[in-house]
Design a protein around this ligand. Sequence first.
Ligand code: BJ8
Length: 424
Amino acid sequence: MANAHDAMWEKLNLDLDAHSGLLEVLGKFYGDIYLSQSGRLRGMEYLDFVLSEVHGLRIKELQDAKAAGKKIVGTFCVFVPEEIVLAAGAVQVGLCAGAEAGAKAAEKLLPRNTCALIKSFVGFKLSRLCPYIESCDLVVGETTCDGKKKAYEIFADYAPVYVMEIPQMKNACDRDLWKSEILRFKGKIEEVTGRTITPERLRDAIRLVNERRRVLQRLNRSRKASPVPISGRDALLVNQISFYDDPVRFTENIGKLCDEMEEKVKSGLGIVGKETPRVMLSGCPMAVPNWKLPYIVESSGAVIVGEESCIGTRNIRDLVDESGDTTEAMLDAIVDRYMQIDCACFTPNIERLDHIVAMARDLNVKGVIHYALSFCQPYAIEAYKVEKALEAAGIPMLAIETDYSMEDVAQLKTRLEAFVEMIR
Ligand code: BJ8
């Protein structure tokens, strides 16, 4: 069936038939997982609309921005400092990489036992399925895990790729390396956009990104309440959309959602009853439309009240210090803020263990579900230390390894139901 955006997608060189198949599956999946929930917050209508236009109006906005001379920068990791991109007048979008479509094409270039997230972004490009990737003037990769690092070398044959070197430890020399990488990135962005980053523009960008982090922190604070006012699925969706929606509009709308949540908390109302076991997810990021595990968890009798993940608290916990008034001071504040990210690619990564335990206590959860994508060594291996830390704190953990396929849904459901029974 023809779509109003077909001409735009054709111009972006998408495979129209495969793309319309993808949108059909996505719509059905969204209906089953999201729209079927009862008692949802009114403010979620904004998110439903944004998601329904994920490849439509938002892409049109990006095309309009390009026509007005702006550049589009795509990313796959929360290490890429959005403040620098925005200060140069460009638009940053987090590229999703959460679907299985395109995986077969990716497996022609990558080993089968590569994590689903990597296969997804390579597959989306090869299969011409993603209008975001096709809109990008620059795609920024990073040297986090080995899989991503090596996949970017192949991806660079198909898209304009720039790679940032991320340190693996947190000593003074690692900070120096990271600072030099931030400066190199600033130079690259200035070159691509043709704009110099001034202190005024950098200050505005720091405030803008901090404001978005603050509203997401506010949303998370409401989730401490019992009964919890929002489902884990909906909260995950809010975090997912924060990566590609316009930041000003997003912050404003999530502020309204927070008002509604706080009202609900005041009235003692929740999305589920007080007796529903509260759990927290921890581990790999869940990119759109990777809603499989949250759906299984919440249809197994539990409710998710927090995500220790890059599409969750790891991306919003720390703010950039706003007190600097020179470019140098602001860049230093950016360097310091990003050095606090506790990705499993770091060694050692004790901060993450402390954060998980503190978060589990703060949210008063009965258990933690550790999620690693199959073949993700950093998170799968770190699960051992996470389990030990949680055990010492008296909090049960269930380790799950899975991918984007639906083959293991029944098996996961059995394990999740048993875990929920045990913690109830
Ligand atoms: S800062 S978590 S966004 S790297 S799941 S591709 S690690 S094999 S995504 Fe990440 Fe940045 Fe770290 Fe966050 Fe590799 Fe693991 Fe795949 Fe992963």
